[in-house]
Design a protein around this ligand. Sequence first.
Ligand code: ARG
Ligand code: ZN
Length: 475
Amino acid sequence: MSHSSRITASALVLSLLTACSANQATGRSPASRAASAASAAGAASAGDPYVPGDGNGGYDVQHYDLDLRITPRATPELTGTATITAVATGALARFDLDLTGLTVSKVTVGGTAAAFSRSGSELVITAPAPIARGGRFAVRVEYSGTPRVIDDPVLGRYGWIPTSDGVFTGDEPSGAHTWFPSNDHPEDKATFGFRVTVPHGLNAIANGRWTGTRTSGGSTTSTWREDTPMATYLAMVDVGRFKVRTGRTPGGVPVYAAVDPAVTTTTVDKLFETTARVTDTWAKLFGPYPFGLTGGVVDDVQVGFALETQTKPEYSGAMGADPTTIAHELSHQWFGDSVTVARWSDIWLNEGFATYAEWMWGERSGSGTSVQTQFDQRYRQADSPDLWSVAPAEPGRARLFGRSVYERGAMTLHALRQKVGDAKFFAILRTWTSEHRYGNATTPQFVALAERISGKDLGRFFQVWLYGKTRPTVW
Ligand code: ARG
Ligand code: ZN
């Protein structure tokens, strides 16, 4: 880590101490403990090989407060202040946030100016005074610039995407830190507040509940809050013109539906009705809806995916927000958003479940074939290497959103259902969403839960379905 330019004298002392000693506080005597506290540096990554560099160590974010001024097509497009409240998980003298591009003008920690430097996608911050383990601190970052669209050779174009009338953000897996400084790994979930200022005539939609809009001096400022923990990749701000419809599902969940008037493939009424119907249906099957509201945003945007952004999935008007896609994205509110992966290799826990939800929606609504037919059609494709030679629970970064994760992941759930029966299968799903609600979970935890509820040894079953590189033949 280079700590060159913008470093104050006291920060220089701290960084020299850091350079001369080990990262972890191991000292026993008060003197050595003090020295270690002064030197402790948070890790520069979460250590997830699928997203090298993403995430950081040394602290646990509690809340992001994002105050953003977004002026589409202006230079810069974004001026922001991010105030991040965190708890130190060890003594901390220096720590990183993830941030790609953009210009940082000022950082404070606990209200005092802090030295910082940039190194690739790391914003390295030196605490003005060492933070004790367990200490709660607020870091405030003032920044501006035009975020770079990510054009990933395998994951496609995503992140901060300009639209005909504004900006769309779709960040899975690594886009969040192109527009706000963050501990950008799903393991560190936090609550969010958004205050977004846009030119008069445009609207700014973010996650959670709307708490107010004010227009003054040619600008409109909207505030939004998501009070349940959220992974950074699920954070969204969508700016543009929207037709909005709000209300409640028949089951009583508040709904916020918005559609860009330039979109011709759906209407705000269709989005509202389908969202309401699907939300209530999934609540019966998967357990109570986990968040304060449901909804969706359809934007006139050129992206190759829809995204389960928490409380309001985002859809591309070009691809369409058809009921199957809505069923998929809303199932993620339970599987992905409330129960979140702790590492990206477990992505089948999101996409396998959401694909299985699509199949169930098709069967229940009569719009598709039976779940069994969906399974059989794929099982018959005996020589599809993208299904059988890629392990859903270890797909590799290049196959993160590939067929094995989605379709073989869903087939695994169907095979499990056949093995344990409907009652136990749905009990497993509901226990999963209740035991890990708002948290993170892993594949071994799912396997353990399925064994506990079914009373069966499922080790070999999951081994062949989730980790095998050939088509399962007996299970
Ligand atoms: N989670 C999204 C979905 O289910 C896919 C996101 C794909 N991300 C990407 N960068 N291509 O449908
Ligand atoms: Zn999905």
